[in-house]
Write a protein of this length. Structure first.
Length: 697
């Protein structure tokens, strides 16, 4: 046997001298190749990369030229981050330019070259462009997406006080590199202000300045102490599209806010030469002879956002298209999220303190754990929010001042592998400002969303894809129990097979969401009475079986009302072996309708009243919900919008599709510890392990 000495083809790499580029976990997916730190050992096909026009890239550019390698300039894309990079540094997009960089008007760039040609334009690209811009406008998306969806009440009041037209002048921080690269200078800002005032003699001139300028930590180009009577300085965190909706004309030097204005359909005047100027879309104070074509807005957007930019799913780490990023950002904008400077987390156990800050989103340093009784007379500060677990401390929360937002937190719907009662750290929770999803007595943020939201094709497509992923991966809330096929139908001998999932009877979803049937025994009696000819399967709740919670059914009721009791079986196997499910408020009902199984509810769970279930309390539900929903709309609202996800370890925000894939890849096994002399010790050991996991993060 001879040794094969044929050289193996080695994959091309990206070499860089930048620790930031090399240390970015998403960079390889964005560049389509391995990233290696160090300018040595180059191979055929390797490229050298550096960040924009930074001075510290000279060494890398020199190395590339000496070794006859391509040099790629990198920069953030135009839909850059989930929030602000200071709070979440995972970038969503990147531009890669082999000839220059888009913001440097002194030299050609790949984007400029693209816009000077026609050979890349297709009807499909332009349709995608129109669709994407419509979503950006509707959901007010931008490069950074940390700002609130709407302007503050205080700013709204100030703007509404001026009844005339409004125009926007955009400041930039002093020495911003895009100014000089955009063939502009600092003197143009005062010229721009004067022009805006002269061209709009009856308008209020809004000046968007960086927040750090008003704070005094950075310098802008305008004297804030000598403002004109028709000038209003705005330093609030404002979504650009929210501001664009309130003005008629936008003035910029080189700021990307001018591009936001074009997307919003506004007149835009440019004093410098940003990449979007010179194509016949803006009113330009300078000519650019290198830009020889006239472009439509759809063409400009398609070139910059679709062809020139690259995207990566921040949750899976895989490269993706623009539309996937829009899906992620849109879902984050469709429901109000907790915002504030400090979270007062009330009554949380030691174990829960190990993961609450990540779900609230304000950070561990900005989360203070307080006792429920401390809410009365607490030293509240501007920017505080209060976070409670479910409805556990409603009485004490009555002492919270009305201007302090109160949020309720509860388990999500694709929670984890393992039981919450075993102190297994969750991957999904929900946060609700108006109620909580299991409280049938009144509306919740989820109910309000499902009742009012206009689901578009993107929402329904994502809901459908996620539903199929859940079914394909065979995941449920806790993902416990032993998998295996079940023969209920063979035993039933032609009778309809009904699954009755047990619940923890002390659970708030029964107390607050099932006003008539309140125990597992009562549920079984009701099901048996109306379905005496059926084969009834009862599956106790895993927490009850594990011995962590109460909810056992008396043996005489089981003997009289059930045909079979299953304990250590995977709930998915159970669902696949039955014809219908009868439940008070169990999440198993939702998991059943995902699979096209008929469901009858005896309480008011969140998934009832939308035309997808048979509801014993239908009259009550219909009065309040009163809308038939597509199943994929319910899935989207529940799993993509309402629920919050965190990836462990690390504590980074997360998406439902990624969680489904990770749960499917995990070894589930059974979380039920059978009886015996060491059972109690085993339970304690398991809980201790999960507590340590949470607290040590």
């Amino acid at each position: 046997m001879t040794e094969d000495t044929t050289d193996k083809v080695q994959a091309p790499r990206a070499l860089t001298s930048s620790s930031g580029i090399a240390g970015d976990a998403l960079m390889a997916a964005l560049l389509g190749r391995e990233v290696r730190k160090g300018l040595s050992g180059a191979r055929d096909g390797d490229v050298v990369v550096g960040w924009g026009q930074k001075e510290n890239t000279e060494k890398a550019r020199t190395y590339a030229k000496r070794r006859n390698l391509e040099y790629w300039r990198l920069e953030d894309g135009f839909l850059g981050y989930l929030s602000h990079p200071s709070s979440d540094g995972r970038r969503l997009s990147l531009v890669v330019d082999k000839s220059g960089i888009y913001y440097d008007a002194h030299t050609p760039s790949d984007l400029e070259g693209l816009l000077n040609r026609d050979d890349w334009i297709t009807d499909d690209l332009l349709a995608r462009s129109r669709d994407a811009m419509a979503r950006i406008r509707r959901w007010r998306l931008s490069k950074y997406n940390h700002a609130p969806f709407d302007i503050s009440p205080d700013l709204r009041e100030k703007l509404n006080a001026f009844k005339g037209p409004k125009v926007l002048v955009v400041d930039q921080t002093f020495a911003d590199q895009s100014i000089q690269y955009g063939m502009a200078n600092d003197g143009m800002f005062m010229e721009m202000m004067q022009t805006a005032l002269e061209e709009n003699p009856t308008s209020l001139v809004l000046v968007k300045v960086h927040p750090d300028v008003l704070a005094g930590t950075k310098k802008g180009h305008f004297d804030l102490e000598r403002a004109h009577e028709r000038v209003m300085f705005i330093a609030d965190d404002v979504a650009p599209q929210a501001l664009m909706e309130r003005v008629d004309h936008v003035y910029v030097v080189t700021s990307q806010m001018g591009l936001e204005g074009l997307i919003a359909g506004k007149k835009v005047t440019c004093f410098g030469l940003p990449f979007y100027a010179g194509w016949g879309l803006t009113h330009d104070r300078q000519l650019c002879e290198a830009r020889i074509a006239n472009r439509s807005l759809e063409e400009l957007f398609a070139a910059a956002f679709i062809v020139y930019s690259r995207y990566v799913d921040p949750y899976t780490g895989e490269s993706c298209e623009l539309e996937r990023i829009l899906d992620i950002l849109t879902a984050e904008r469709q429901m109000t999220r907790p915002r504030g400077k400090r979270a007062l987390a009330v009554g949380f156990s030691l174990w829960k303190r190990g993961f609450i800050p990540e779900f609230v989103g304000l950070g561990e340093k900005n989360t203070v754990f307080v006792k429920p009784q401390a809410l009365d007379g607490y030293d509240y500060q501007d920017g505080d929010i209060v976070v409670l677990w479910g409805r556990k401390h409603d009485k004490e929360a009555e002492a919270v001042p009305g201007h302090i937002p109160v949020w309720r937190m509860e388990d999500g719907f694709l929670r984890s592998v393992g039981l919450g009662s075993d102190l297994r750290r969750p991957s999904s929770l929900v946060l609700d400002r108006s109620g909580i999803y299991y409280d049938g007595r009144g509306p919740s943020d989820l109910e309000a969303f499902l009742k009012k939201h206009e689901f578009d094709r993107h929402d329904l497509a994502r809901g459908k894809a996620l539903r199929k992923a859940v079914l394909g991966a065979r995941v449920s809330k806790y993902n416990v129990g032993t998998s295996g096929s079940l023969d209920f139908r063979a035993k039933a001998g032609g009778k309809p097979v009904i699954l009755v999932p047990g619940q923890v009877e002390a659970d708030a979803s029964i107390k607050l969401g099932s006003p008539e049937v309140k125990t597992n025994a009562e549920l079984l009696e009701a099901v048996h009475q109306s379905n005496s000819d059926a084969y009834i399967i009862y599956k106790p709740h895993p927490d009850v079986v594990s011995g962590n919670r109460e909810g056992a059914v008396p043996q005489d009721v089981l003997d009289r009302c059930t045909s079979e009791v299953v304990v250590d079986a995977d709930i998915i196997d159970c669902l696949e072996a039955v014809d219908c499910v009868h439940t008070m408020t169990s999440l198993t009902g939702f998991e059943a309708i995902l699979r096209g199984i008929k469901v009858t509810t005896y309480g008011m769970p969140f998934y009832a009243g939308w035309g997808l279930t048979t509801d014993q309390l239908g009259a009550r539900l219909g009065e309040r919900r009163g809308r038939d929903l597509p199943l994929d709309g319910l899935v989207y609202g529940l799993l993509c919008v309402y629920a919050r996800y965190v990836q462990w370890p690390g504590g980074k925000s997360y998406g439902p599709e990624a969680l489904v894939a990770d749960i499917a890849a995990m070894e589930r096994g059974s979380s039920v510890i059978s009886g015996g002399p060491v059972a109690s010790v085993s339970k304690l050991a398991r809980k201790a392990m999960y507590i340590a996991e949470a607290l040590l993060r």
